[in-house]
Design a protein around this ligand. Structure first.
Ligand code: AMP
Length: 261
């Protein structure tokens, strides 16, 4: 199974991606984690992107494509992946599609995790106080949410028209969100005729309501059922190029041509 998670910072993508990966026996690939690893290790990429992450701006597309290439290829060979934090823009989605589409390794299902701005801000400030992440300060969070908002609608539209898109209310308690997501993923998998689990499904470890990674002390406040809307896939209309690859595929050119952050 190959899927991706779209959602604003603080919507619970990381938490849910870990659980979904565990449940289906697939790899969890987080572009943010990979980038932060480079920063922590002081690699050339890390030094290039550190300021960008610190400001809450997006890292150049070519760099993101480069660091994702090997993990995505390896995960595809091992039975699938859930991408967390990629793509952030339609340009990234198109670049990924041009690479993965012809190889048959592209995503089949996109999940959109929603949450309101006030809730996101509360969660991220709580996370920042615990984790010390430099981009979890009020000013940077606000900018990151603006960056997400600017790209969200076209990105969600892109997947709505190309793949199965599932929209889930990420303000619900963490276990409800996981259960709803699995229900709808199973339904979508059946509709798409995807194979059953490569490994037996793993039981989901129940969390107390306040144990969300993004909101350690903030229980969800919204009530009502988690909304999930599977949308049947339609055929791809994206242009393709035989020269595209995970490297040098970004819509704005490979990272060699892009300005640093
Ligand atoms: P995240 O952990 O997903 O919140 O990402 C943290 C930061 O990493 C973001 O604010 C961006 O600076 C950078 N980043 C992560 N994923 C991407 C991506 N797909 N494209 C561009 N920048 C990204």
């Amino acid at each position: 199974m190959r899927l991706l998670l779209i959602g604003p910072p603080g919507s619970g993508k990381g938490t849910q991606a870990v659980r979904i990966a565990q449940h289906y026996g697939i790899e969890h690939i987080s572009s943010g984690d990979l980038l932060r690893h480079h920063v922590a290790e002081g690699t050339t990429i890390g030094r290039t992107v550190a300021a960008c992450i610190h400001r809450g701006d997006l890292v150049p597309d070519g760099i993101v494509m480069d660091i994702l290439r090997k993990p995505v290829e390896a995960a595809t060979r091992r039975g699938g992946y859930i991408l967390d934090g990629f793509p952030r823009t339609v340009a990234q989605a198109q670049a990924a599609y041009r690479v993965a589409g012809p190889l048959g390794t592209g995503v089949r299902i996109a999940v959109y995790l929603t949450a309101g701005r006030r809730q996101l801000m509360t969660r991220l400030l709580a996370r920042g106080a615990q984790s010390g992440r430099t981009d979890d300060t009020e000013q940077v969070i606000s900018h990151r949410l603006d960056v997400f908002d600017a790209a969200a609608k076209p990105l969600v539209d892109y997947y709505h028209h190309r793949e199965t898109l599932i929209t889930i209310d990420g303000e619900r308690p963490i276990d409800d969100v996981t259960r709803t997501m699995i229900d709808h993923l199973d339904q979508a998998r059946r509709q798409l005729g995807l194979p059953e689990h490569p490994t037996p499904p793993q039981p989901i470890v129940e969390h107390p309501r306040d144990a969300c990674r993004c909101s350690p002390r903030q229980p969800s406040t919204r009530t009502g059922r988690a909304g999930a809307t599977p949308v049947p896939a339609t055929h791809d209309k994206a242009p393709r190029s035989p020269h595209d690859g995970w490297t040098h595929t970004a819509a704005h050119g490979g990272h060699a041509d892009e300005p640093p952050c």
